[in-house]
Design a protein around this ligand. Structure first.
Ligand code: NAD
Length: 453
């Protein structure tokens, strides 16, 4: 089927209003859940082939995530879809005001490769829950996972409702020529701009889930042991190829030495060693070469080894880093952790606040003034105090960026709203019509209006 046919079939199918029924949506969400269970092995194998991700990581960060999303919508769909009553202002009495969430139509979801199942299927699930038809274009960079999703979905769902469209830049460029009712994109800020421009041609609303350099600040007021353990996990999980991974550390000088030792201890304890089944590979040669060039040998505190053939890079900590260093210019997206030191908390916060708004930011401190300053002065998509990454696992928190790190958000209720239009309807009674708003106008009418409005 060519793309033209898929888009027009989905548009025609949406007009049948079948996707608006809660029963219909639940039936297909259940079906997807069942298919994920049935094909769990296929999903593990595909991602293992793409970048050596372990079954443990694949289950905890991908499959369980997607299953949890389906369960969330199965459980909350009725409430989320219900019209919401709101109060009616005096001028519209006697009347009732309601907000009706309605699906947008035919939506396009473009996924990234680093958590290929989660980043493709979670938006798809939210789109279906909200009653849309959906074309999913996963990332070609994780080609085996893309094919696995295409196999599972295209062999089991009607194409006029859901279709996985396999392809790379050319296919995505072709897709972007069509008028969708929404585009949901996950990927880099650079490509996000291309998507935004293409969407503007059709006035298509977008959600852009982008990246950025997410700072992690560790002060002398932190529980250093806990901070080190959580940071090592969040940074080197998926070999640092996580959009909300701590990009760099800013550590208070007086505790730096002690803290670096703790980081080293946890890297060893977690067995984040190249070749071990705990540790993920770099996705491809291009990213591998980009990362290797960022390793300044003079600044290695820990790690620095790599294996080009197997695409492994050892967890690497770099010290004596300055803001002008190459590694501090763009998102790292790999297992390299540069460490900057600071002596003034206010100064480091002001410096970070002057940079582009990141997708995430983290503070490790038990000092309430420091927490307050961090929350108030830095703008970022979302983050944690005394943890990293985990905020995105709470469905009650919207997940998304701000400024350069994105537009819009999803997860839980926010995912449903992202793929819905909030239609406002005022319904009036047809009796009792005061003439006050109608011409001919008079001073007397104006003085009444002034009193009431
Ligand atoms: P990417 O921007 O290279 O690719 C993302 C998608 O865009 C892919 O499906 C790809 O096929 C498509 N694409 C690539 N070039 C294109 C072009 N010229 N025209 C049209 N489409 C094109 O990103 P990536 O390498 O897959 O992912 C890494 C980036 O994504 C990082 O910056 C990371 O921070 C970000 N990211 C963000 C989130 C989030 O939730 N905010 C999650 C994961 C990754």
């Amino acid at each position: 089927m060519n793309i033209q046919e898929i888009v027009s079939d989905q548009k025609a199918f949406f007009k049948t209003h079948k996707t608006k029924s809660i029963k219909f949506r639940k039936m297909y969400l259940e079906k997807l859940k069942e298919l994920i269970h049935q094909n769990e092995e296929l999903l593990y194998k595909a991602i293992e082939k793409d970048f050596g991700k372990s079954r443990f990581d694949t289950f905890t960060t991908e499959i369980s995530f997607v299953l949890k999303d389906i369960d969330y919508y199965l459980h909350h769909l009725k409430t989320l879809s219900k019209p919401k009553k709101v109060s009616t202002n005096f001028a519209n009495q006697i009347g009732k005001s309601r907000i009706y969430p309605e699906p947008l139509g035919c939506v396009l979801v473009i996924g990234a490769w680093n958590y290929p199942y989660q980043l493709s299927l979670s938006p798809l699930i939210a789109a279906l829950a909200a009653g849309n038809c959906c074309i999913l274009k996963p990332s070609e960079i994780a080609g085996n996972t893309m094919s696995a999703m295409a196999k599972i979905i295209n062999e089991n769902f009607p194409p006029e409702y859901i279709r996985v469209y396999e392809g790379g830049i050319d296919e995505t460029t072709e897709l972007l020529r069509f008028k969708f009712d929404k585009i949901f994109f996950t990927g880099s800020t650079k490509i996000g701009k291309i998507i935004y421009k293409a969407a503007a041609e059709h006035l298509t609303p977008v959600t852009l889930e982008l990246g950025g350099k997410s700072p992690t600040v560790v002060t002398k007021e932190a529980n250093l042991e806990v901070a080190a353990k959580r940071i090592v996990w969040g940074k080197f999980l998926n070999a640092g190829q996580t959009c909300v991974a701590p990009d760099y550390l800013a550590v208070e000088q007086s505790v730096q030495e002690q803290f670096l030792e703790m980081l080293r201890k946890y890297i060893k304890e977690f067995k984040y060693t190249p070749g071990s089944d705990q540790y993920t590979r770099i996705i491809n040669q291009k990213n591998f070469q980009r990362l290797v060039q960022l390793i300044d040998k003079e600044k290695i505190y820990f790690g620095g080894a790599y294996n080009e053939e197997q695409l492994y890079i050892e967890p690497t900590i770099l010290t004596n880093i300055a803001w002008q260093d190459t590694i501090m210019q763009d998102e790292i997206f790999g297992p390299l952790l540069p460490v900057i030191t600071f002596t003034s908390f206010n100064q480091i916060i002001n410096t970070i606040a002057d940079l582009e708004k990141p997708l995430a930011a983290y503070l490790f401190s038990n000092n309430s003034d420091e927490k307050e300053i961090f929350k108030q002065k830095i703008s970022f998509g979302g983050g944690c105090i005394n943890d990293v990454v985990m905020h995105l696992s709470n469905d009650n928190l919207p997940f998304g960026g701000v400024g350069n790190s994105g537009i819009g958000h999803y997860h839980g209720q926010y995912g449903f709203e992202t793929f819905s239009h909030q239609k406002s309807i005022l319904e009036r009674v047809t009796w009792g019509e005061p003439n006050i708003k109608y011409p001919p106008y008079s001073e007397k009418k104006l003085s009444w209006i002034k009193k009431f409005l």
